[in-house]
Write a protein that binds this ligand. Structure first.
Ligand code: HSE
Length: 413
């Protein structure tokens, strides 16, 4: 038998406790020994919960209990999770976490500490909820050279964008629904501004390059500026708008970014809707492979945590090598990234389209009935060149007091 504790009895932590009890025989068979939940650390009491008699409020109890070998961290945030996790690893305990903020900010140090102490630091649930992507990278694709990872990595924003696309919902209403369903972060700004996706693509980039990634180096744009008008154009183009986290590895040049992207129906990630996440991996031998499933929510995320617990119990006496080292990855400037761009422009198409096309080159003009604006989809170009041209277009209009560019979305059409 091996003793486990859960730190943080929120959505995910309570899911883990539920599964450990409900599926204890199956888990014991997989782990080779019974995993017994000893304590649940939380600030709050849960007198009506199944773990009422296991609740403790004092971290020291865990740190000092040498029987406790497995620690689940589902508190989220950095304080106090970072110091608690570090103390647990230092005390020779295996740690399993769902906390992407922790892994993105302190993963390098915690991985090195786990190695030094011959324990494990697993974080499958930190990216893609229940989708097995971390283990896929360090186990199944071990022989591969990964060239790209592009993912819809945030369930909340995917839920919002799907509602806006399919039902014409308003942004705020869709966000409230996602919150009620337990998908959103405590501060939903982390979802809608793309910060959560940024942490996740930073972790995936570090996994595939073996180098530390500073998430602050990743260009990050959220979905708060996406409107119903954008979706009207998207519908006309048989397209949709999704929030992507991308890492493209081209030899020494790595582009990593988070942004909304307009994608057509033939894009492999087009069908990833609602709270689901989808992760596309391009690798040299396998080519494209896709990983799809529930990216948030209590039991899907608990599924990934429990898998990590089983792997830790199986390797009670060993350190399983995975992750990255302290060499810092140099993330290339967005200016050198190439894309097509969907640009909405105010005014009459008959007066402005020629000027737009003369500047950007042959693209596609899209007109909506009754709208005092039109859209233009540029040919593929470097982002720095696109920005230069966009400014050259917009500034003269602004000087004349006229509206110019209304929206810019990267496009894969
Ligand atoms: N808020 C996150 C999401 C939770 O919506 O995907 C899972 O990381």
């Amino acid at each position: 038998m091996i003793y486990a504790v859960i730190m943080g009895y929120g959505t995910i932590g309570s899911g883990v406790a539920e599964i450990l009890e409900r599926d204890k025989d199956r888990i014991a068979a997989g782990a080779g020994q019974e995993i017994q939940l000893k304590y649940v650390l939380d600030l709050r009491d849960f007198p009506d919960s199944p773990v009422a008699d296991k609740i403790i409020h004092d971290f020291q109890t865990i740190e000092e209990d040498s029987q406790v070998k497995l620690v689940v961290e589902t508190m989220g945030g950095l304080k106090p999770s970072y110091s608690f996790v570090k103390a647990c690893l230092n005390a020779g305990k295996h740690v399993v976490t769902s906390n992407k903020a922790l892994v993105a900010a302190h993963g390098t140090e915690l991985l090195a500490l786990a190695k030094e102490k011959k324990v494990n630091f697993f974080f499958e649930a930190s990216v893609g909820g229940g989708i097995p992507i971390i283990r896929t990278l360090y186990r199944c694709l071990l022989g591969e050279e990964i060239q790209e990872i592009t993912g819809i990595l945030n369930g909340t924003t995917n839920y919002i964008l799907t509602k806006m696309d399919k039902e014409g919902s308003l942004f705020d209403d869709a966000l409230k629904e996602a919150q009620a369903l337990g998908y959103a972060e405590q501060n939903p700004e982390a979802d809608v501004e793309g910060y959560d996706t940024c942490r996740k693509i930073a972790i995936l980039s570090a996994m595939v390059t073996g180098k530390e990634v500073n998430y602050e180096d990743i260009y990050t744009e959220g979905i708060t500026r996406i409107t119903d008008m954008d979706f009207r154009y998207a519908q006309k183009l048989n397209a949709s708008v999704k929030l992507f986290g991308t890492s493209r590895i081209d030899g020494p040049v790595v582009h990593a970014w988070v942004a909304p992207v307009m994608i057509g129906k033939d894009h492999p990630l087009y069908g990833v809707s609602d709270v689901y996440n989808g992760i596309l991996v391009k690798s040299r031998m396998l080519g494209i492979s896709m990983y799809y499933g529930s990216g948030a929510g209590k039991l899907p995320t608990a599924s990934a945590v429990v898998a990590d617990l089983i792997e830790a119990a199986q390797n009670e006496a060993y350190h399983v090598p995975l992750g990255w080292n302290s060499e810092r990855l140099s993330v290339a400037d967005m200016g050198s990234f190439s894309s097509r761009y969907f640009v909405r422009i105010a005014g009459d198409v008959s007066q402005r389209a020629d000027q737009v096309e003369a500047l950007f080159g042959a693209g596609e003009v899209v007109v909506l009935d009754g709208a005092d604006e039109f859209a233009f989809i540029t040919p593929r170009m470097r982002e720095a060149d696109f920005k230069e041209k966009a400014i050259a277009l917009d500034i003269p209009w602004q000087k004349e007091g006229k509206q110019g560019i209304l929206q810019i979305i990267r496009a894969e059409l």
